[in-house]
Design a binder for this molecule. Sequence first.
Ligand code: ADP
Ligand code: ASP
Ligand code: MG
Length: 402
Amino acid sequence: MALIVKKFGGSSVANAERVFNVANIIVNDYKKGNDVIVVVSAQGDTTDDLIEKAKEINPDGASKREMDMLLSAGEQISISLLAMAIEKLGYPVISLLGWQAGFNTDSHYGFARIKNLNTERLKNEIDKRNIVIVAGFQGINRYDDITTLGRGGSDTSAVAIAASMKADLCQIYTDVDGVYSADPRKVDTAKKMDEITYDEMLELAAMGAQVLNNRSVEMAKKYNVELEVLSSLENKPGTIVKEIVKMEKTLIKGVAKDTNVTRISIVGVADTPGIAFKIFNKLAQAKVNVDTILQSVGRDGTKDITFTVPGDQCKTALKALENAKDIIDYKEISCNEKIAKVSIVGAGMESNPGVAAKMFEALYDAGININMISTSEIKISVLIDVDYADRAVKAVHDKFID
Ligand code: ADP
Ligand code: ASP
Ligand code: MG
């Protein structure tokens, strides 16, 4: 007997047939005597549809608090429907919203962090031998307001429960049968991995491989929660994400693409100490996540600072910079949203010179121009025109992975 946490993504519960499919997977484990806690996302494209509805009301952007109130409704629908399906199969079940399940978060609406998980209710329900269905992606802050954890946040909800309840297994069910060397929907030569380390998965996720949310991997690594990514439609083993992988270290594990990237250039700032601090401090205060940064020499003793932010934080970043115009004197700010980031990830690249050159060669052969480059010990990222993103992923993937 074990305690199993299972998470099902939106496509796995998209319609009644899929909901029953998931109900059967859950019941199968429960019947064997296991305790089962399930985390679900909103059905299909519900979250995207709700975002569109909000835009119909306020195209300039509703307040983040009200957005969270709206978006959390998606998961309320899916947990109750799944619970009803399990009831219909004749098993004891209860659905819980994030706050009922004990998810306490900070007040960063739209991208809240879990501060603690009060497991009392979860434990009580498990003791009663109930199957527990928890709404992913949501919690409550100290003002008793609903918060959400950021897109793809249900993965994090599942890992948090697995960590706090010391679950024996944490399974992330989705619409592909594991983690691949690139998005299998975009690159037909992508290879499925049996195992991947937390660090490699973390980089792949952070670089845009949406199959796992990066915060969920961060948390899994911190609390040593072994994850399995597997299909809800095919009954076969998936990919295990864990600390040490037995397999031989390959040079490059995977290629990822992120199209939610905007490049901001601040042109003509004074070439004096403290400018970078002032700029990035203002952005940090506005809670903007800054990525690749490039500083270049401009004209007449000035310099230009260019960096990237997630596309959905661009407005916030520009507002923060405009408000700080008197502190950071600049000539102009330009913005390019038609940018994608393509990255290669692999722990083997640390000790292998020539990896970067090989990546750039693949892009050169494909006739794709590189805008900016950034590297870390286990990844190399390039910024390119978004229109070439899929071609770039394929070219780079096929250069490294055969
Ligand atoms: P869910 O709704 O189950 O959370 P997501 O859409 O968030 O599912 O994530 C699954 C999708 O991630 C897949 O359909 C696939 O297209 C995409 N994906 C991107 N990169 C990878 C990768 N390296 N391996 C597997 N899937 C990937
Ligand atoms: N429903 C949320 C989203 O679409 C959370 C999730 O799917 O994990 O982002
Ligand atoms: Mg997801």
